[in-house]
Design a protein around this ligand. Structure first.
Ligand SMILES: Cc1ncc(COP(=O)(O)O)c(C=O)c1O
Length: 393
C-alpha cells in the first residue's frame, strides 16, 4: 500500500536530488546557464530529446525544487516560480486571455491586481466586470459569450472578504472558464482551491510563504494543461525568480505548517479581544461568527488566517494615534512576517484606488489591517490595548 504523506512531511521531503557532495540541505544553483558535454548534447537538450537544464530564465534546479514542493502542497500538478506575486498574477492572466475576451473578477482584490485589470488588460481589448461579495448571483448575471476567465482573491486584502470556492469552481466548469485564485492570504496550509475546481493558483510568496519578510517572490501552480501556457509565456518574457530567493522560499515551506498554526491562533485570539473592545467599531476575521462569510470560510478554510482587520472608533486621526502608539508592531506594507505589523490601507497599500473604489470594497478611513505575528499573544494584546487607549487622545 502506498502511503500518502501528510502536509508537514511533504513540506520537508520534497527536495531536489542530492549532488555528488551529498549535501543534507539542498544547495543553491546560482548559475545563469548550464554546460553541455558536446555540441551534440547541446543540440538534443535544446530539441527536448534529452532532459537537461539550459538557461535559468527557462528553468533551474533550485526554482524547480521550490515550485514543485509548493505544487505538491497545493495538490497541483505543476507550477512556475515568478519574481513577485504581481508577475505571477499577470502571467497567469496573460497566458490565457486573448484580445476581445472578458474577465469576471471579485471587486475585492489587491490594488496592483486592480490596476492590471483596469489599466493594462484594456490596452489589449480585454474587458472586465467586477462582482461584489454580497452579490453571488452577479457571476451568472454578468456572464457574457466572450467571458473566458474568473479571478478572485479569498480572503481578500484588506477586508478579508470570503468568496465561495465551491460555487465558483462549479460555475467555471459549467461555463468552460479558467478559474484563477490568489491564495496568498490563506497559503496552501489553510486552503486548497484546486480541490474546488480552480485551474490556477497565484501566490505572492513574499507573504506567509517567506514568513520572515526577506524576499519578493511569487508562483503559479495548477493543472498541467493550464500551467503549460503560463510556462511558455514566462520563458519568453522572463519574470524569473532568482535561485537564491527560491532556496529561501523552499526552506520556508518546511516551517509553514507550524507558523500558520501560530499565526492563526494568535489572530483568532486578537480578533476576539478586539470584538469586545470599547474603542473598536467593527472587526473582520473569517473565523468570527460575526463575519458575513463565516459559514463559507468554515467550509473552505482549515483555520481563519493570520490577518485581522478592524475599524477603530473615530477617523484617520485616531488611526494615526493608534499606529504611532504601538510599540511591538512594525508599521509596514508587508504582511505574513514573524513580526506583527500594522497598515492603514486607505493611505498606503490601497491608496492608488479612488475614494469611491475604496468605499466599494469597504476600505474606510478608519480601517486598520493587522498581520498577526508569532510573538506571545499576551504581549500582542497588551500592545494593541494600550495603543487603542491612546487612539482617543
Ligand atoms: C493578496 C495579494 N496578492 C498579490 C500581492 C502582490 O504581491 P507582491 O508584492 O509579491 O508582488 C499582494 C501584495 O501585498 C497581495 O496582498
Amino acid at each position: 500500500m502506498k502511503r500518502i504523506n501528510h502536509f508537514e512531511t511533504n513540506a520537508i521531503l520534497n527536495q531536489f536530488k542530492r549532488s555528488s557532495h551529498q549535501e543534507n540541505t539542498s544547495s543553491i544553483y546560482a548559475t545563469s546557464s548550464f554546460v553541455f558535454n558536446s555540441a551534440e548534447e547541446a543540440q538534443s537538450v535544446f530539441a527536448e530529446e534529452k532532459e537537461g537544464y539550459m538557461y535559468s530564465r527557462l528553468s533551474n534546479p533550485t526554482n524547480d525544487e521550490f515550485v514543485k514542493k509548493l505544487a505538491v502542497l497545493e495538490g497541483a500538478e505543476d507550477g512556475v516560480a515568478a519574481a513577485s506575486g504581481m508577475s505571477a498574477i499577470f502571467i497567469s492572466m496573460a497566458a490565457h486571455l486573448r484580445a476581445g475576451d472578458h474577465l469576471l473578477a471579485s471587486r475585492n482584490i489587491f490594488g496592483s491586481t486592480h490596476k492590471i485589470i483596469t489599466q493594462v488588460l484594456p490596452r489589449w481589448g480585454i474587458s472586465h466586470t467586477y462582482i461584489d461579495v454580497d452579490d453571488p448571483k452577479g457571476w451568472k448575471k454578468n456572464l457574457m459569450p466572450n467571458t473566458r476567465m474568473i479571478f478572485i482573491e479569498t480572503p481578500s486584502n484588506p477586508g478579508l472578504d470570503i468568496f465561495d470556492l465551491k460555487y465558483l469552481g462549479k460555475f467555471a466548469a459549467d461555463n468552460d472558464l479558467y478559474f484563477i485564485v490568489d491564495n496568498s492570504f490563506a497559503t496552501p496550509y489553510i486552503q486548497n482551491p484546486i480541490e474546488f475546481g480552480a485551474d490556477l493558483i497565484a501566490h505572492s510568496t513574499t507573504k506567509f510563504i517567506d514568513g520572515q519578510g526577506r524576499t519578493i517572490g511569487g508562483a503559479v501552480v495548477g493543472k498541467s494543461s493550464a500551467i503549460a501556457e503560463v510556462k511558455n509565456l514566462s520563458n519568453q518574457i522572463g519574470p524569473t525568480l532568482s535561485p537564491f530567493n527560491s532556496w529561501i522560499l523552499s526552506k520556508s515551506l518546511e516551517t509553514l505548517p507550524l507558523r500558520m498554526e501560530k499565526h492563526c491562533s494568535n489572530a483568532l485570539k486578537l480578533a476576539q479581544f478586539l470584538e469586545n473592545h470599547s474603542e473598536v467599531a467593527s472587526v473582520r476575521y473569517p473565523f468570527l461568527s460575526s463575519h458575513p462569510g463565516y459559514k463559507i470560510a468554515k467550509k473552505q478554510m482549515r483555520l481563519g488566517g493570520g490577518l485581522v482587520s478592524f475599524e477603530i472608533k473615530g477617523d484617520f486621526k485616531n488611526c494615526k494615534n493608534f499606529i504611532n502608539s504601538l510599540q511591538l508592531f512594525s508599521i509596514t506594507a508587508n504582511l505574513g512576517d514573524a513580526r506583527s505589523s500594522v497598515t492603514h490601507p486607505a493611505t498606503t497599500t490601497h491608496s492608488s484606488l479612488t475614494t469611491e473604489e475604496q468605499e466599494a470594497v469597504g476600505i474606510s478611513q478608519n480601517l486598520i489591517r493587522i498581520s498577526v505575528g508569532l510573538e506571545h499573544i499576551e504581549d500582542i494584546i497588551f500592545d494593541v490595548d494600550q495603543a487603542l487607549k491612546n487612539s482617543i487622545k
